[in-house]
Design a protein around this ligand. Structure first.
Ligand SMILES: NC(=O)c1ccc[n+]([C@@H]2O[C@H](COP(=O)([O-])OP(=O)(O)OC[C@H]3O[C@@H](n4cnc5c(N)ncnc54)[C@H](OP(=O)(O)O)[C@@H]3O)[C@@H](O)[C@H]2O)c1
Length: 153
């Protein structure tokens, strides 16, 4: 299963100046709980911001990043997904360019809807809500976690 996981503002912003424009420890903990023990796939810019995520298999999509300990570098999203084929669930964790490429092949989305407007410059791609089942919605203090599964055709 291919899952996207993102925190989005009321305007679907996900980033500003290369960073996530809010700091919500409870949301960070939710992200960790969901992804821990799994494979995560991210773009090079997101990797440069977050570093290696402990307790997870880290895959980075890049044409420029040299190999280094603790990460696997792939030259395309398709190559990373092929390498993670044996995994039960693989998490695509951003950023904007990777979400855009992965939206069409995702089976599930975990979206944390964060309250507020942040003047962001990176966005989660628009998606057609009629193609997705909203299977869970969990209200937390400053965000609501919504899980969507793609409808079967
Ligand atoms: N709110 C959230 O949940 C969340 C999550 C993650 C990130 N973010 C935010 O998103 C923003 C970053 O997003 P972004 O779109 O600028 O960067 P990004 O997607 O993290 O990384 C872009 C880089 O990934 C590589 N890449 C992407 N597609 C590729 C392909 N098809 N083949 C080979 N390499 C590919 C390229 O690296 P090379 O140039 O090295 O080839 C490209 O420059 C930041 O503001 C970050 O904080 C938010």
């Amino acid at each position: 299963m291919i899952s996207l996981i993102a925190a989005v503002s009321e305007d679907m912003e996900i980033g500003l100046n290369g960073k996530i424009p809010w700091n919500i420890p409870e949301e960070t903990a939710s992200f960790k709980k969901l992804t821990f023990g799994h494979t995560v796939i991210m773009g090079r810019k997101t990797f440069e911001e977050t570093g290696i995520l402990g307790g997870r298999r880290n895959m980075v999509i890049s044409k420029s990043l040299p190999k280094r300990d603790g990460i696997e570098v792939y030259c395309s999203l398709a190559a990373a997904i092929a390498a993670a084929k044996a995994e039960k669930e693989v998490f695509i964790i951003g950023g904007a360019s990777i979400f855009l490429q992965a939206l069409g092949i995702a089976d599930r989305m975990y979206l944390s809807y964060v309250k507020g407007h942040y003047g962001g410059d990176a966005f989660f791609p628009e998606f057609d809500t009629t193609e997705w089942h909203r299977v869970k919605s969990e209200a937390h203090g400053r965000f609501t976690l919504v899980i969507y599964d793609r409808k079967k055709k």
